[in-house]
Each structure stands twice: as structure tokens, then as C-alpha cells.
Write a protein that binds this ligand. Structure first.
Ligand code: ATP
Length: 450
């Protein structure tokens, strides 16, 4: 993977996220829960926008993909069939000296907790154990009495809910192969080395789509989805120079995969290029295994050609949290402003992702300005998430909005009360235009994609 040329902005983002209400540490008053995070008022909007953009592109805009919302808890046999009970493991290495815990397959990227920090095993007194395999699934019990209850797992991926519902969806929606099933939902992994903010957490959300195709057409569809998914990331504003494909080869290829590519994003600093999405050709592995373990046929009947077959699956799998982090890292910039001593921090988020689309200000609390500004804000609120602010200098209010990525600020000044016009200021160009207050809604609609 190419080396990163981008600065490390992670610490700045963690602090901005807490200060402005994007992301908080979970159960912070108790000292926090290891690598679990809560989304605050702005974060929940940002992540929801991300999920809505995915749903729109993958389900609403296509007539060959259906939506699904499967349960987190599934029959325990699911995870035997999928191979997760036997094989969803990571190799764990402990250091007896510094008590550090590392993933053997990610040792290259790891740092020892001792100072000065080195790679695990590099310091003289370092005593690393042999790798031991560690299953990443969270186990719990179904039923009130623990001893008699069956063991169930919190799903480590959303995909299996799609495979077991393949025929339910196909038959109820009368879809014909090729077609896909998409869902967004929580997944849980007891990661050995979580960290880097919301990059790797133990509870996260996935946006996955399984596309069922006739065997023999699979590589064509694989290439289609590979290109399609890269386009999606670019359209949402991730800089093309920070995006990259990484092909899985040899032992990197998962047991179920016939071909796999990651889409990587350059997170900057030492994290550098990392996977944000996987595109996999899973062949007929999953449907065949579920047929074998459940004893139920999961074949497709191709009526016009009078043939039955088990479809192959092309999967696209992206983490909602991880891609939200990519959007934040990509958007963060510090700028100097001409004529001002203090610079500004801007989140140059794509307008469709911005948690607040417009902020409305009354220049002062006098001369009917707040009334007019309130009227404009409440008219806009029916159409866009809007913020109203009348405290602090106008410069400070602009900065507050820049820092959370608000694309437009609308200011009501003394002239507005007289002639019914307002100024609209653009976050990126800093240009201000004076337009009629009645035209604001149309002005924003034209510039804010749905
Ligand atoms: P890694 O090698 O980083 O552990 P993976 O190859 O196991 O990831 P997949 O199983 O392909 O990941 O999951 C698909 C997507 O889900 C990833 O591209 C990522 O965006 C997201 N994802 C996976 N694990 C986590 C996690 N622990 N925290 C946040 N997002 C995750």
C-alpha cells in the first residue's frame, strides 16, 4: 500500500467531536468502555446522512436490489454453517514484559506500550508469546436460566441475515437473478486491538449488499461493483488521491472468497491507507453451507431456461462508522483568513453529509432582526436541518458553523428588516450574496443535493 502523505488529524478530530457533539466516549462518567463510542446530536445526523446516501444509491435508485432488516440474534447453527464458530479467529500475541496485546497478522503496524515506543519484539527485554487463536464473536445466552439456555452470538457481520433470507426475499419480491439484497445494521466483534477512535470498535454498523448472480457471470459483476462502489466514495467527496484499491492474494484471501478487493482510504499519519470497504466474490460458499446445515434448499429456479442452480454472490461491505471517520478526516482543514489573526477550522463535508445544512443569524438582538431570522429558520426547518444562533460576534458564529461543516449561513441585518433581503455566505468560498428572504429556500434547494 502507498505511504501516506497526509497529516495526522485524529487527535484534533477526537477533541472537536467531543466539544461540538459529534462523538463521545461511551459511559464516560464511569471511565469509558473500551473502544465503544456514542454519537452526539451532530454525529447522529452525520452518520444517518451517510447511511441514507448508501441506502439511496444501493436500494432506492436500483430496481434490482431489495432492502432487509434482519435480527442481530440468529439461530446458533447459522454461525457453524458460516464458518465463524470454527474460523472467525485472529492470532493473539501477548508481551510478558509490557503486557501489550497484539494481532500477530498486524504486528508490523503495532507499537509497544513501553516508552520509547518500538515495534513489538524490538526492545531487548521483550518476551512475546506464541500466537494463539482467539474467537472474535461475543457470546450470550437465550432464555432466562443460564444453565439451560442455548448459547447465541451477537452477529459479527450482517451478511448471514441476508443469506438465510435469500428465498424469502426473492420469492416475495419476485426478483429474478441477478438481483441483490441490502441491509444496514449493527455488528459486534471482540477485537483484540481496537482503537484509532471509531476506526476499529467492538460495536459498529455495517452496510452490506449481497448480489446473487448466475455462476459464470460472477467476475463481470465483481468488476461492476468494484467500480460502482469506488464511484460512490468519490461522489461523497473523498479525495480521489486518498483512495486506493488493494487486491487480496494468496493467504490474505478469506476461506469463502474467489476474489477480493479492498477500497482503502488514506487516514493520514501512521494509520495511513486502510480498508474502508471490501468487495468479495463469495462464490456459492454461503448458500451451499446453509443448505447443508439447515437441510433446506436455497436454489434459484430459472423458469425461462428451466434450470436450477445455487447462485454465486458478489458482496460489498462497508462500515458506516469507518466511512464516517474517513469523511471527517477528509473534510478537516485549518485555514488562515485574510485580514484576521485567528485562522479557521473547516469541515469541508459534502453538503449531503453535513449535519446542519444552513444556520440563520440575527446580526443583533434589536430592530426586529430576531423575529425575521426566526421566521426564516422555522420556514426552512420543514425542509432542512437548520440552526438558529444569535449569540456572540458574527465572526464567531461563522467559525462555529465552519467547524461543524454547515454549508450556508444566512444573516438578517438592519437592511433585511427594511427591504426583505438577507446575506447568504458560502462555507468554502466565503463569498456573500444578498438575496430576497423569500428566495432562500429555493437557493438552498438548488445547492443542496437530496
Ligand atoms: P480488518 O481486516 O480491518 O479487521 P475485515 O477485513 O475483517 O477488517 P470485513 O469483515 O470485510 O473487515 O468488514 C467489512 C467492513 O466493515 C470493513 O471494511 C470496515 O469498514 C468495517 N469493519 C470491520 N470491522 C470493524 C470494526 N471492528 N470497527 C469498525 N468497522 C469495522
Amino acid at each position: 500500500m502507498p505511504a501516506s502523505t497526509q497529516p495526522d488529524v485524529m487527535d484534533k478530530l477526537v477533541s472537536l467531536s467531543k466539544r461540538r457533539g459529534f462523538i463521545f466516549q461511551s459511559s464516560e462518567i464511569y471511565g469509558g468502555t473500551g473502544s465503544v463510542w456514542d454519537y452526539g446530536p451532530l454525529g447522529v445526523e452525520l452518520k444517518k446522512n451517510m447511511k441514507d446516501q448508501w441506502w439511496k444509491a444501493m436500494v432506492r435508485m436500483r430496481d434490482d436490489v431489495e432492502g432487509l432488516d434482519a435480527a442481530i440474534l440468529m439461530h446458533p447453527r447459522t454461525w457453524e454453517a458460516s464458518g465463524h464458530v470454527a474460523g472467525f479467529t485472529d492470532p493473539l500475541i501477548d508481551c510478558k514484559t509490557c503486557k501489550g496485546r497484539f494481532r500477530a497478522d498486524k504486528l508490523q503496524d503495532a507499537r509497544c506500550p513501553q516508552k520509547p515506543s518500538k515495534k513489538p519484539g524490538e526492545a531487548e527485554q521483550c518476551q512475546l508469546t506464541e500466537p494463539r487463536m482467539f474467537n472474535l464473536m461475543f457470546k450470550t445466552f437465550m432464555g432466562p436460566v443460564e444453565e439451560n439456555a442455548s448459547t447465541v452470538y451477537l452477529r459479527p457481520e450482517t451478511a448471514q441475515g441476508i443469506f438465510v433470507n435469500f428465498l424469502n426475499v426473492q420469492q416475495s419480491s419476485r426478483q429474478k437473478v441477478p438481483f441483490g439484497i441490502a441491509q444496514i445494521g449493527k455488528a459486534f466483534r471482540n477485537e483484540i486491538t481496537p482503537g484509532n477512535f471509531i476506526f476499529r470498535t467492538r460495536e459498529f454498523e455495517q452496510m452490506e449488499m449481497q448480489f446473487f448472480v448466475e455462476p459464470g457471470t460472477d467476475m463481470e459483476w465483481f468488476e461492476f461493483w468494484k467500480a460502482e462502489r469506488m464511484k460512490w466514495h468519490e461522489q461523497l467527496g473523498l479525495s480521489p488521491g486518498r483512495l486506493n484499491y488493494h487486491q487480496h492474494e494468496g493467504t490474505e484471501l478469506a476461506h469463502y472468497a474467489r476474489a477480493a478487493f479492498d477500497i482503502e482510504f488514506d487516514f493520514g499519519g501512521t494509520l495511513g491507507f486502510q480498508e474502508i470497504e471490501g468487495i468479495h466474490n463469495r462464490g456459492d460458499f454461503d448458500l451451499s453451507r446453509h443448505q447443508e446445515y439447515s437441510g433446506k434448499k436455497l436454489e434459484y429456479y430459472d423458469a425461462p431456461n428451466n434450470k436450477r442452480y445455487t447462485p454465486y454472490v458478489i458482496e460489498t461491505s462497508v462500515g458506516a462508522d469507518r466511512v464516517t471517520l474517513a469523511a471527517l478526516v477528509n473534510a478537516y482543514r485549518e485555514e488562515t483568513v485574510e485580514g484576521e489573526e485567528e485562522g479557521r477550522v473547516v469541515l469541508g463535508l459534502h453538503p449531503s453529509l453535513a449535519p446542519i445544512k444552513a444556520a440563520v443569524f440575527a446580526l443583533t438582538k434589536k430592530e426586529g432582526m430576531p423575529d425575521m431570522a426566526h421566521r426564516i429558520a422555522s420556514d426552512l426547518r420543514a425542509h432542512f436541518p437548520v440552526d438558529y444562533d444569535e449569540t456572540g460576534s458574527i465572526g464567531k458564529r461563522y467559525r462555529r458553523q465552519d467547524e461543524v461543516g454547515t454549508p450556508f449561513c444566512i444573516t438578517v441585518d438592519p437592511e433585511s428588516v427594511k427591504d426583505g433581503t438577507v446575506t447568504v455566505r458560502d462555507r468554502d468560498t466565503l463569498k456573500q450574496e444578498r438575496i430576497s428572504a423569500d428566495a432562500v429556500r429555493g437557493y438552498l434547494s438548488e445547492r443542496l443535493p437530496g
